[in-house]
Design a protein around this ligand. Structure first.
Ligand code: SF4
Length: 497
């Protein structure tokens, strides 16, 4: 063998990364299961199971393609690479650039990197774009992506005459709706072995054992894409922000875990979406909403992760210091129906969609003043698709506004009224989203007004906060609300709210 190709756990694609030019006669493939990584955190069991089982299935696929593959359990990734270099007498190790700062630094003296092509936008292209912007507005990046990739374009104009269809895509939960069934995936011997290994280990794990929600193979990922196109794509857009008790995924594609470990590439998703749209029965608004997620948000988040640098995760603009609330790991520690629903869903499947992440969980973390790094760590540990590059900008820049506005022009905060409008969680909740004082007042509503009042000096100069600050000025009972907020914060920390 002439060289070793190191494949990361999030680069499981035969046609991308360092594997695209690999030859069974010349290349030894190496995947390292780092015990330090497994032991470093209290992971959701489904995240570890998903990543390990997908990697081991990928090994089988490569072996059936004729490759020699070593799947090595080692103390660290670096130690594993060193061990195989020495044992096999091969010094030339190549890999696609890792997708996290830590791994990039860790492996740089052992491995020769080629640029990662697991995204649609090269890192250098995003950095060039960002360096020339006055502000990093996602909308500007997205429009440039539409033009560059020639998606939903009519010459240099957007198809349908508009770049976005947010008005059509922000419908509230429907009434008397037939909620879709979701695709299930069967388990095989590798899946079961990995689960048994994890359960008999001494790792600190959280969450329910995996059910049939997630696939661990490329075939399963492709089936998920097909299912989305056939059964969900049409209504994805209108209901992408809605949250309902009756259906945990609604019309979301559930493709992010597969995209983020490489089982499927964004190019493949885009191609399939484009072809499906061209058949003519998918509304433009729905297609645009989905395309925005794939070529806009996903690429933008990865870009800003690298643009802001390694220390970005430590930002704490509001100087928040409250420890993570007990309700984030124990639904018995809250009476808030929206929160207990989300935590139960995360416990069961390690996933909830973007609106619960942003407008329920992150909203609460910010309003309650949780130290951003603690909340970031929790998000990294709990979600099945939680790559470092996903969670750092989403939590620090978007969810908690901890960068003071480098990424987003305003904090994404709301009271109970937004959750009440976009979900059916408030029906049957102990609290009332319309009340801001008294024992039945919604904790979100109380903390929202308290947060605006606390930071009014900063927000009054922000034109995007104008409406919210005008609302604050009109509050006649602000003093009482602020007193109530002390009770709520204490109750949240005690696990009694
Ligand atoms: Fe959540 Fe408040 Fe609605 Fe209860 S009333 S579900 S706490 S938003």
């Amino acid at each position: 063998m002439k060289r070793i190709i190191y494949v990361g756990f999030d680069q499981l694609h035969r046609d991308f990364g360092a594997l695209k030019d690999a030859k069974p006669t010349e290349d030894l493939i190496l995947i390292v299961e780092s015990q330090r990584m497994l032991q470093s955190r209290r992971w959701h069991i489904q995240r570890l199971w998903f990543m390990i089982s997908a990697a081991r299935h990928f090994v089988e696929q490569l072996r059936s393609d004729g490759f020699e593959v070593i799947y090595l359990k080692s103390k660290t990734t670096k130690a594993g690479i060193r061990q195989i270099k020495k044992e096999r007498g091969i010094s030339n190790v190549i890999a696609a650039e890792p997708h996290s700062f830590r791994l990039l630094a860790d492996l740089s003296d052992e491995v020769q990197f080629t640029p990662s092509d697991f995204f649609l936008t090269a890192k250098s292209d995003f950095l060039n774009w960002a360096a020339n912007q006055k502000s990093l507005l996602m909308e500007n990046f997205y429009r440039a992506q539409r033009k560059r990739l020639s998606i939903l374009m009519d010459g240099d104009k957007p198809v349908g005459g508009a770049w976005n269809f947010d008005k059509e895509n922000r419908l509230t939960p429907p009434k008397n709706y037939t909620y879709p069934e979701y695709l299930t995936h069967s388990r095989d011997q590798i899946d079961n072995e990995v689960l048994q290994e994890l359960k008999s280990s001494n790792l600190d794990l959280w969450g329910a054992d995996p059910d049939s929600t997630w696939a661990t193979t490329r075939a399963g990922a492709l089936a998920q894409l097909e299912n989305f196109l056939n059964n969900h794509f049409e209504n994805f857009g209108p209901y992408e922000d809605a949250m309902v008790k009756e259906n945990w995924a609604f019309h979301h594609s559930l493709l992010s875990p597969y995209l983020n470990i490489g089982l499927i590439h964004a190019n493949e998703v885009l191609e399939a979406v484009r072809n499906r749209y061209l058949k003519g029965d998918i509304p433009l608004a729905s297609c645009e909403g989905f395309v925005r997620q794939v070529i806009g948000w996903r690429e933008y988040i990865n870009g800003v992760y690298w643009f802001f640098g390694e220390k970005y995760r430590e930002q704490n603009h509001f100087e928040l210091s409250r420890p993570l609330l007990p309700l984030f790991t124990d639904t018995s520690k809250t009476h808030m129906s929206c929160i207990s629903q989300q935590i139960a869903d995360i416990h069961d499947r390690a996933w909830v969609h973007h609106i619960p992440r942003l407008m329920v969980l992150s909203n609460l973390a910010l309003l309650a003043g949780i130290e951003p790094i603690q909340y970031l760590n929790w998000m990294r540990e709990m979600f099945i698709d939680a790559s470092d590059w996903v969670m750092v900008p989403n939590v620090i820049g978007m969810g908690m506004h901890s960068d003071g506005g480098l990424m987003m022009t305003k904090p994404y905060v709301s009271g109970g009224s937004y959750i009440s409008k976009m979900s059916n969680y408030c029906k049957g909740c102990k609290y009332n989203p319309k009340l801001r004082t008294g024992p039945d007042a919604c904790p979100f509503t109380i903390l929202y007004w308290n947060f605006l009042a606390e930071h009014q000096d900063e927000f009054k100069g922000n034109h995007r906060m104008f409406q919210q600050m005008s609302g604050l000025k009109r509050l006649s009972d602000l003093e009482e609300v602020r007193k109530e907020s002390a009770r709520i914060l204490k109750g949240l920390s005690d696990g009694t709210i």
